[in-house]
Ligand binder design. Structure first.
Ligand code: NDP
Length: 331
């Protein structure tokens, strides 16, 4: 069975040669454990951070060992009372065709509750929870708010924008990296306005899309986007710092937003968060998202790449904006 190893720590933008697809014997599940054949694996921006040998909220990937990440697979051997062969499980040993797991490392999911089982890697999983927690718990979005979301055509952003609309935002504005993504965000996801951040200074593009200012900024990008949002903030605005993908390949710490006094004068609250601290919110989140999926009021688009050998390419492509919605690799 094949797995993907990280073989060198990228400097700047990762390259295909930083990864290697390795053939290894399929591991035996330990007593009480299970063997899972992965059907889908997730590639995510935070994995770029794990390629660095630096202390963070999650340990670095080891070199010359299978990488890790969200995955959805079928139990093919069970030595556990908790799992039956054929069960669909969610776990964190992605980037490989087969995963031997302990009982506590997997969670059974019900494919009947979602339109497609891959939803558990996206809208009904960590991605959706990130959008929901960031918007409603961290940024405390309220009905009537004007909400700005960067990375709006991506996995988290596309879901956050739709959730904002469903919870009664007054105006939802998004930014994305191409004309076709802008059209998708506005026409298919129902954002009120959207712009391509390549079309000029982000501050100008945002001010044109939200002339009355914004109450909430859901930041997936950082850098120029964050600076622009600060300058468009209304008094008592809230910023959820979800991610800063514009800086993930940086080789030196990027400068912060200029004129931070804007945050003082406008009484802005900025808060970073890591979704894993908020798993206690899963049931409340699933109530909302389950209802929205069932009545068709939320879309869960995906970009699917086939084959484990193409997983590194899928990751690299996602980091450069090659995806619409959640990037998933089908094995
Ligand atoms: P996406 O599906 O949004 O994919 C990444 C997207 O980032 C690309 O499609 C690309 O879209 C955009 N991008 C890449 N480089 C730049 C750049 N320089 N400037 C602006 N946009 C860029 O990924 P996710 O939805 O999985 O993640 C979105 C963000 O949320 C990331 O920052 C991630 O780290 C963060 N996150 C945080 C979590 C937390 O717990 N705090 C949990 C999950 C995700 P485009 O074509 O528009 O440029």
């Amino acid at each position: 069975a094949r797995s993907v190893h990280l073989v060198s720590r990228p400097q700047g933008e990762p390259e295909p040669r930083d990864f290697r697809v390795v053939e290894e014997p399929v591991a035996e599940p330990a007593p009480g454990g299970i063997l899972v054949r992965n059907r889908y694996i997730s590639v995510d921006p935070y994995m770029r951070g794990r390629m660095r040998d630096a202390e963070s909220y999650i340990p670095p990937f080891r070199l010359d060992a299978p990488m890790e990440g969200g995955a959805l697979g079928e139990v093919v051997v069970s030595r556990s009372e908790m799992f039956a062969e054929g069960d669909l499980v969610l776990h964190n040993k992605g980037w490989r065709e087969y995963a031997a797991l302990g009982e506590a490392e997997a969670r059974t999911v019900d494919p009947g509750r979602v339109p497609s089982e891959t939803a558990y890697l996206g809208v009904a999983g960590t991605t959706g929870l990130t959008a929901w927690v960031g918007l409603f718990d961290i940024a405390e979005m309220r009905p009537g708010d004007t909400v700005f979301i960067s990375g709006a055509a991506g996995a988290v952003g596309s879901v956050a924008g739709q959730m904002a609309r469903l919870r009664g935002a007054g105006r939802v504005v998004g930014s994305a990296g191409s004309r076709s993504k802008v059209d998708y965000v506005r026409d298919d996801l129902g954002f009120d306005a959207a712009f391509d951040y390549h079309d000029g200074p982000v501050a100008d593009l945002l001010a044109a899309s939200a002339p009355e200012g914004i109450d909430v900024y859901f930041d997936n990008v950082g850098g120029e986007h964050l600076e622009a949002a600060l300058h468009s903030m209304r008094n008592h605005g809230r910023i959820a710092l979800c991610g800063m993908i514009s800086q993930y390949n940086a080789t030196e710490p990027a400068p912060g937003p200029r004129d931070m006094f804007q945050a003082v004068s406008r009484r802005v609250r900025m808060q970073g968060f890591i979704v894993m601290d908020h798993t206690d919110r899963m049931p409340a989140f699933l109530d909302d998202v389950g209802r929205w999926l069932a009545d068709g009021s939320i879309r869960a688009d995906e970009t699917v790449v086939d084959g484990i050998e193409n997983a590194p390419g899928a990751f690299l492509d996602m980091m450069r904006g090659g995806n619409v919605g959640k990037m998933i690799v089908r094995l």
